[in-house]
Design a protein around this ligand. Structure first.
Ligand SMILES: O=C(O)C[C@H](O)C(=O)O
Length: 280
């Protein structure tokens, strides 16, 4: 059994909240630049140039890439041989978010109550997802999630008879309905299978996967390619002004499901698909 002080979680999460908000992952930057090279419309090229200039400035000056610094989604893969000591696990994570958003001058975007509102003032609580895995390490990923894009996400409980075509039509429907609202070019995270709740989590996890990776199952890897191409043929384009680049990536995560169902969730992210990981 390895003892891990919860204060280490706080320190790492403080740092990851700031780094994730200021520095876009290399695979995301690369995908945006590749799309810029393929665009031929003047407006589309101009918008992508602005986006590239924006993330370059954020990198150099250590400022947030976007005014929406997101709700802090914290994913922890916890080795089953880890024993957390020195305080409350959840409090330690929220303290990391509190400190990170304060120190990084990041906008506090969380309300106390979904209906009656009222800012919590420190961007807590974090959305915490834990998974127990073999080993004695803890892998921590912070993905600050903006809500212009979160608002355009959808889930549908398909009957199996809807088949693969039902899934394909749904992905296109969600992206088309989103239109310019999620600040395209977007990243499309798709979850298929599980239960209502697990399916939504799969879609969110799909957004954390590098854009230069593929689902290990060739069937779903092909579907990722096919659907990215189809999404880009919708012509929504950068910031909705038209063009070839509606999405810079489309990742699919799946899991087994019940014989009577085929849940599908589509979680939309803007081009600021931020996440940072550290292992302790
Ligand atoms: O909360 C915001 O800043 C706005 C939002 O992320 C948006 O896409 O407009």
């Amino acid at each position: 059994m390895r003892e891990v002080e919860v204060s280490r979680l706080t320190d790492v999460i403080e740092k990851l909240c700031i780094e994730a908000n200021e520095h876009l992952p290399e695979d995301v930057k690369c995908a945006i630049k590749t799309c810029r090279a393929c665009e031929d419309g003047e407006i589309a090229k101009g918008v992508l140039d602005n986006i590239i200039e924006n993330f370059d400035i954020a990198d150099k000056e250590n400022v947030p890439i976007c005014q929406d610094t997101g709700m802090a989604c914290v994913f922890l893969e916890i080795g089953q041989d880890v024993h957390f000591v020195g305080g409350d696990f959840t409090d330690a994570i929220n303290e990391g978010v509190r400190r990170g958003y304060d120190k990084g001058y990041l906008r506090k975007s969380v309300v106390k109550d979904p209906v009656r509102r009222g800012n919590t003032g420190d961007n807590t609580p974090a959305m915490i997802y834990t998974e127990i895995v073999p080993g004695d390490q803890v892998k921590i990923t912070v993905g600050p999630k903006g809500f212009g894009s979160e608002n355009m996400s959808m889930i549908r409980m398909f009957k199996p008879s809807a088949g693969l075509q039902g899934i394909k039509d749904f992905i296109l429907e969600v992206v088309e309905t989103a239109g310019p609202n999620p600040c395209p070019p977007m990243v499309v995270g798709v979850g298929i299978g599980g239960t209502f709740d697990k399916c939504a989590l799969l879609a969110k996890k799909a957004l954390m996967r590098p854009l230069d990776s593929h689902n290990p199952d060739p069937f779903y890897a092909d579907l990722e390619n096919e659907m990215l191409e189809k999404v880009n043929k919708l012509g929504i384009g950068p910031q909705g002004f038209g063009g070839k680049t509606t999405a810079i990536g489309l990742n699919i995560e799946t899991m087994p499901t019940h014989i009577a169902g085929m849940p599908c969730a589509v979680n939309i992210n803007c081009h600021v698909t931020r996440h940072k990981t550290e292992v302790i």
